[in-house]
Design a protein around this ligand. Structure first.
Ligand code: ZN
Length: 277
């Protein structure tokens, strides 16, 4: 299994490609905003052409991560505009997937209203932007946030006009802090069975393998280096190399660390597949 990395764009698409090549990864994920700037990247025609050339030569799948200001579950029915812009950019750069969090039903009377809004937003955006796959990611938070509970993702999926365009991304840190037990052997087995029942394992197209300082059910979303958190190396390795999940591409989304540490995290993940427990 080949592993990937979430890379923050520091100044340009060119620097992003250079970094991915230095780290020898076959695929990566990124946001379409420059680190610490609340604005979408605006590449020139030439930058797009250069990126596409490199992308075709060096990489397999490419995952864009939708900006955190996209709220598909917004009940004022505007959630699809922000997604539409980012899907358009992703397509022009020949990304294969866009990972999105469903968002929050904040301001709505019920969580169900947010689930309905998220499905409507996805239906609109997918019709305008053919080709690219959207991956709905499980999230860390509770209350009116949609997607911590796997049932929320299943409920959105059931309302899609084009379900073949949508899959799922499972984040280990989010599952843990939301309250699913993936640390104990029995808990992990039960969680994987639940994923299969609610979402269908065949629809899980990406794993985000992350650790966290925070405890199970803390509802806090703070990633930490693999093996230095409350999930731990044994549980993370056992999860991603479980026979039911081991065919799924995975990447890690570390906190801000230097490139040497990122390289070490990748080496660690690769070793899981050569020394299976
Ligand atoms: Zn994630």
């Amino acid at each position: 299994m080949q592993v990937g990395l979430h890379i923050r764009i520091t100044d340009s698409l060119h620097a992003l490609v250079e970094k991915a090549l230095r780290l020898e990864i076959p695929f990566f994920q990124c946001f379409f905003s420059i680190k610490n700037k609340m604005a979408l990247l605006r590449p020139t025609e030439q930058e797009i052409a250069d990126f596409v050339g490199a992308r075709r030569t060096h990489f397999t799948n490419l995952y864009a991560h939708g900006s955190y200001w996209i709220n598909l579950a917004s009940v004022d029915h505007t959630g699809h505009y922000a997604l539409d812009r980012e899907l358009q950019l992703a397509r022009s750069l020949e990304f294969t997937h866009m990972v999105v969090h469903p968002g929050s039903a904040k301001g709505a009377a019920t969580k169900q209203a947010g689930i309905d809004a998220a499905a409507r937003s996805l239906n609109k955006a997918l019709k305008k932007q053919p080709g690219i796959q959207v991956l709905l990611e499980n999230t860390a938070h509770g209350n009116m946030t949609i997607g911590g509970d796997l049932q929320d993702l299943a409920a959105i999926y059931q309302k899609l006009d084009n379900p073949e365009r949508v899959g799922f991304c499972l984040d280990t840190a989010h599952a843990h802090v939301y309250g699913y037990d993936i640390v104990s052997e029995q808990g992990r087995a039960d969680f994987i069975t639940l994923v299969d029942q609610q979402l269908g394992l065949a629809r899980v197209a990406l794993l985000h393998v992350n650790d966290t300082h925070d405890g199970c059910a803390s509802k806090l979303d703070r990633h930490h280096l693999l093996g230095q958190g409350t999930i731990g190396l044994h549980a993370l390795q056992a999860f991603v190399t479980n026979p039911r999940l081991q065919h799924i591409p995975l990447l890690t989304e570390p906190p801000v660390i230097d490139e040497e540490l990122e390289r070490e995290q990748l080496t660690l993940m690769r070793s899981w597949y050569t020394h299976q427990q």
